[in-house]
Design a protein around this ligand. Structure first.
Ligand SMILES: Cc1cc2nc3c(=O)[nH]c(=O)nc-3n(C[C@H](O)[C@H](O)[C@H](O)COP(=O)(O)O)c2cc1C
Length: 190
């Protein structure tokens, strides 16, 4: 039996991204007997159009669909751009959401969170993201909601999540995701 695979997705392509750091922190809180992979190359995806989606699709889209298809669960962290999630993440979800009804997000357990410099910590972005994910028929963890505010004091200069209450909350979210996915880390065999 192989180890369960958890895939992390950041909605930011910034080299200094707090959301990428937050997904990495969540990955580090997973038990050592689970596999964690951070999806890369979202910025290589062309904007979704049915014209590009057929028997052959762009390599970047094929790789993302293949990785997410193998995942037992997903952890997504979104920035807030103009009160919503990012175009980067929405475009990735659009690619993942086809072919209609038979795509890799159907019934996929998903945890969402987000980080921003402000006091609302991506509340508005996550509300939009929940709506978008609802369209894909994946299974989103309801609680806890993880809104990481004032990133400047929650992460250190190396972008490590150093704020204890936030680490505990992310650990709670990870536990809820594993529970939803029916993954018992103690029993999972690498
Ligand atoms: C185009 C743009 C729009 C933004 N809009 C918001 C916003 O609506 N609310 C917010 O809290 N922060 C907003 N920000 C600030 C981001 O939250 C901040 O840059 C954050 O660090 C981005 O996430 P990242 O570090 O993972 O790239 C915006 C930033 C950009 C570049």
């Amino acid at each position: 039996m192989s180890a369960s695979l958890i895939v992390g997705i950041s909605g930011s392509a910034s080299s200094q991204s707090y959301n990428t750091a937050l997904v990495a922190a969540a990955g580090s809180l997973l038990g050592e007997r689970l596999d964690f992979v951070l999806a890369s190359g979202l910025e290589d995806l062309p904007f979704y159009t049915p014209d590009l989606d057929g028997d052959s699709i762009p390599e970047s889209a094929r790789r993302l669909r293949e990785l997410v298809g193998r995942a037992d669960a997903l952890i997504i962290s979104t920035p807030e751009y103009n009160y919503s999630t990012t175009a980067l993440l929405k475009n990735a979800i659009d690619w993942l959401s086809r072919p209609y009804g038979a795509h890799v997000l159907v019934d996929k357990p998903v945890a969402i969170m987000g980080a921003s410099q402000g006091l609302l910590g991506t509340v508005r972005a996550q509300l939009h993201l929940r709506e978008v994910l609802h369209a894909t028929n994946c299974d989103v963890v309801a609680r806890p909601e993880v809104f990481v505010t004032q990133v400047g004091v929650k992460f250190n200069e190396s972008h490590e999540l150093i704020d204890s209450p936030t680490r505990s909350l992310v650990a709670e979210l990870v536990a809820a995701l594993l529970d939803l996915a029916g993954i018992d880390e103690a029993r999972d065999v690498a």
